[in-house]
Design a protein around this ligand. Structure first.
Ligand code: PMP
Length: 373
């Protein structure tokens, strides 16, 4: 007997690496590596979560009706056009599972969300990485890479890990240029933080395109990453396909109830957004003044580019970003160094509370002045 044989694409699957949450040796640890909100969820969401604990012996509402109604009311969407998932990750996976398989291609930009290739490979499809331009999705390049085998395209807007975005006109050009048998997943996980005048939440395109899925999450500005709640919005036929392929009880009652309370507290969201805008601008100015390059961001994090110098022995390069990452870690600040995403000269910093933003800038300054311990 040869024993169990997994599908070859499952056997070789990469495991998604989340942001670190421990800093060895440091007494105070501040996690700024996973784009979580520094405020946590609305206190009303925490109260709703606790209340839901009294019904733990009951199965959750398999249709998440109340939650979909709350989301629909906020966004002006028909709840029939909303599917909820265990994080938006589940929605991304449902989309590839429904429309792609072995022999099909799934497209996404270079320097985009690390889950896209994992989702593609999870169903045996071929991940195709499309070159980007100035760390931003390149609509022409994406359209050029569409082949007869392309089934799904992922575009994060604003994008993780770069914070860059596509303006409304470019999203429209992309959507209009796609064949109708290719599903475009517009991943709007950071939508609430975007405020560029030419950015637009893509939902308004859904009525015109049966092959568009917009995804969103409660893990960022809504602050309930631990409860895993995301959702997708599309035309009823598309949503019904995704809905049929999810687990019936995919969302615990605690998650549904906390999500409803979170969405009802829009003052909390406005406060978080204003804080983010203020400190994103501040960090930009302060870090640029230190001689670093900050990639303009529309999200709740910024990508900081450090200069690279040739190593003293002439072998490869001296990765200043790696050293800065280690220095910050020793002082309890966890950022994200991204060599695997081809960004070994960059650190991604999630925008934190005022004192932590100030502390990070101070530490980077000390590091640049030569301090190493
Ligand atoms: N899309 C993007 C672009 C993300 O950055 C993330 C989280 N890092 C997600 C989707 C997934 O979020 P969740 O599954 O927590 O909803």
């Amino acid at each position: 007997m040869a024993g169990l044989t997994p599908h070859p694409w499952i056997e070789t699957l990469d495991v998604y690496e989340g942001g670190k949450s421990k800093a060895d040796g440091a007494t105070k640890v501040v996690k700024l590596s996973s784009n979580e909100t520094p405020f946590g969820p609305s206190p009303k969401a925490i109260a709703a979560y606790q209340d839901a604990a009294t019904t733990l012996h009951r199965y959750p509402d398999a249709t998440a009706a109340e939650l979909r109604a709350a989301i629909g009311a906020l966004h002006g969407h028909d709840p029939k056009q909303i599917v909820c998932g265990l994080g938006s990750d589940e929605i991304l996976k449902l989309a590839v599972r429904a429309y792609a398989g072995p022999g099909d291609e799934v497209l996404f930009s270079r320097h985009s969300f690390a889950m896209y290739p994992i989702a593609a490979m999870g169903v045996g499809a071929t991940p195709v990485e499309v070159p980007d331009r100035e760390l931003t999705a390149d609509v022409d390049a994406i359209l050029e890479h569409v082949s007869d085998r392309t089934r799904v395209i992922f575009v994060a807007n604003p994008n993780n890990p770069t914070g860059t975005y596509l303006p409304k006109s470019e999203v429209e050009r992309l959507m209009a240029g796609l064949p109708d048998n290719v599903l475009l997943v517009l991943d709007a996980a950071y939508d609430e933080y975007a405020d560029a005048p030419d950015y637009m939440a893509p939902d308004y395109l859904v009525p015109s395109y049966p092959n568009l899925l917009v995804t969103r999450t409660f893990s960022k500005i809504y602050g309930i990453a631990a409860l895993r709640l995301g959702w997708g919005y599309g035309q009823p036929e598309l949503i019904s396909i995704l809905d049929r392929s999810r687990d019936p009880f995919n969302l615990p009652t605690t998650t549904q109830q906390a999500g409803i309370a979170a969405i009802l507290d829009q003052d909390w969201i406005a406060m978080s957004k204003a804080h983010n805008r203020r400190w994103r601008d501040w960090l930009n100015v302060e870090l640029t003044a230190l001689g670093l390059t900050v990639v303009p961001s529309q999200a709740n994090f910024i990508l900081i580019r450090f200069p690279e110098t040739a190593a003293p022995d002439g072998q490869g390069s001296n990765r200043m970003a790696e050293g800065a990452n280690a220095f910050l870690l020793r002082h309890g600040y966890i950022l994200r160094w991204l060599p695997k995403q081809g960004l070994g000269d960059c650190l991604r910093l999630t925008i934190g509370l005022e004192d932590d933003n100030r502390a990070v800038v101070d530490l980077i300054k000390r590091f640049l002045q030569g301090e190493r311990a």
